[in-house]
Ligand binder design. Sequence first.
Ligand SMILES: C[S@@+](CC[C@H](N)C(=O)[O-])C[C@H]1O[C@@H](n2cnc3c(N)ncnc32)[C@H](O)[C@@H]1O
Length: 261
Amino acid sequence: MLKELWQYLSHPTENAVAKKMGFLTESIAMEARAKRCKLSWGVHYQNCQKAILNASKRAVQKRTVLVLGAGSLYDVPLDVLSTQFEKVILVDLVFLNSARTLAQQFDNVELVEHDITESLERIMVGFSFVDTPASWLDDPSIDLVISLNLITQLPLIPVRWLIEHFDVSEQEGDILGKQLILAHLLYLQTFNGEVCLIADREGVEFDSTGQEIDRFDPWWDVEPPAIAYPKSEYRWPWQVVPLGEVSRYKSQKNRVGVSFL
Ligand SMILES: C[S@@+](CC[C@H](N)C(=O)[O-])C[C@H]1O[C@@H](n2cnc3c(N)ncnc32)[C@H](O)[C@@H]1O
């Protein structure tokens, strides 16, 4: 707990939105959870890395790879990407010191703290309006784009923020959530290079006896793109909340899928 408070106070972010809306707190909590759940999350990270390496094989040229939602970097095969590509651009709203230290070891890796929705500054002051992201679309050297465990996360904090601080209705929040997901999909589809989307496809909650108690769609009812073939390679379960992590009575398993757009 003390370590997490220190991480918060000492974080060098220049991004006011990340601190004010709670993204920094969330990243610190996630890093701590990743350490506690090393076993179950490790398998998920390995699967993500394999999928990224397969995506890299599909990229005809290897000038720049853009990784959106790179966060902790635990799911990024950074050494291989750095060898294969001339330039690696890692993007997230927040990079903690552990990720910064790792990235510094590579001369051709750049960390960019950036809001991928390009809408948060407006949402922070109460406007329930989603912009169309445009960053890097004018960079012709981008041969591979990875959207990494990000798309289903995009609505969570913004929608909660608007409901809690600006009296936005659940229904309006729901529309904004869908718009954020759709805008990201559209953004990915606009790149000329190869695009790989790694994301949760389903969440299932279980009670302490292993009985299913709830099942939800992390895509807010937006139709996700088809999972790539062979599905056995591009779809896996992720024990995201083992029993006892959040509650003694509940655990959660997500199903993750990979698509090439
Ligand atoms: C589930 S985490 C995945 C991160 C990383 N791939 C990992 O597994 O550790 C989702 C990431 O999305 C980032 N994120 C959420 N909303 C964002 C936004 N609007 N712009 C940029 N990054 C965002 C969070 O900071 C977080 O690092």
